[in-house]
Design a protein around this ligand. Structure first.
Ligand code: DGJ
Length: 302
């Protein structure tokens, strides 16, 4: 699969799973993302919400379309899932206590003023997920977000707040369906979005982008020895040509395979979002807990 361009599923159709995440359950990987498989609304950089798609694969290369895990609402303008609104960056987490899957996404009004999250649950990874609610977590605005499960099983919503000025790390309840009221604000006034996290050998890492809409900018990684500690922005992890525009991409998720970590990027095409591309790039952890992401022309899977 050529990094930077749109990929195809095993039926030869474009993979519509933007702003997504990849999780493993059993021996299968599931890729969830924004289904943007329609033309942009004329003269805009938006596609009406279709829903959250789900693909499955055993090797991270041959992807089978499993359908919409969560569908938009076509009839009720009051619904948070109404197709004229915004549903972005879906993330799914497995909850061992309830043996179910919980989907979180950035839910917004078409003008991005609402700034909230939507939560849905399913007993199976492919769904359909049952929509629970949408709101502002901890009564604070929330736009780009991810869900991160800590090594002790505690899960967090990590989201840009205060109009993207600051990042919040908000703890979830045991069911992973609600924020439990406890949160810390980190990277205060650093204006980061598109957070993607992982942990390795006593250190937490967060790769994020700057805030330039659909246009690419420089990625930065932050690190901290404690999930709820004093996170510090360190450096651009990317090297080589286009290192200052994240290879013309934007972070969306980090997943692990056999102790190695991989960064998923979106390569947005604002004027034709359905053709936006993907990359998966290996993350190297260098001496001194520094991250390095080199461009690779191809993602071969495992
Ligand atoms: C940047 C975000 O990272 C994307 O998910 C999307 O919300 C765009 N902004 C919209 O301009």
């Amino acid at each position: 699969m050529k990094n930077g361009v749109i990929w195809q599923d095993i039926d030869g159709n474009d993979i519509q799973a933007h702003g997504g995440c990849i999780i493993k359950h059993g021996d299968t990987y599931y890729w969830y993302g924004e289904h943007k498989g329609a033309d942009n609304c004329p003269g805009t950089t938006r596609v009406d919400v279709i829903g959250v798609s789900c693909y499955s694969s055993k090797n991270l290369r041959d992807w089978k379309y499993e359908g919409l895990a969560l569908e938009s609402n076509k009839d009720d303008p009051e619904s948070p899932l109404y197709y004229k609104k915004v549903l972005e960056r879906p993330k799914v987490i497995y909850n061992a206590k309830n043996n179910n899957f919980v989907l979180w996404a950035h839910a917004d009004s078409a003008d991005y003023v609402f700034g909230g999250i939507a939560v849905a649950v399913s007993d199976t990874p492919t769904g359909p997920f049952k929509f629970l609610y949408a709101k502002q977590p901890n009564k604070q605005d929330s736009r780009d977000m991810t869900i991160y499960q800590d090594i002790d099983g505690t899960a967090y919503l990590v989201h840009s707040k205060d109009w993207n000025k600051t990042m919040n790390i908000s703890r979830l309840n045991d069911d992973y369906t609600e924020t439990d009221g406890f949160y810390v604000s980190v990277l205060i006034d650093q204006e980061r979005e598109a957070p993607a996290l992982f942990y390795k050998d006593g250190m937490y890492y967060m790769v994020s982008s700057g805030c330039t809409g659909w246009l690419p900018n420089q990625a930065l990684f932050a690190r901290c020895e404690h999930m709820l500690g004093k996170w510090k922005l360190i450096d651009n992890p990317c090297r080589g040509e286009k290192m200052d525009t994240t290879f013309d991409g934007q972070s969306t998720y980090i997943f692990e395979v056999d102790g190695e970590f991989y960064l998923m990027l979106d390569h947005w095409h604002p004027n034709d979002l359905k053709t936006s591309g993907y990359s998966i790039l290996k993350i190297d952890i260098l001496e001194g807990n520094n991250l390095r992401v080199n461009w690779a022309d191809e993602w071969k899977g495992i």
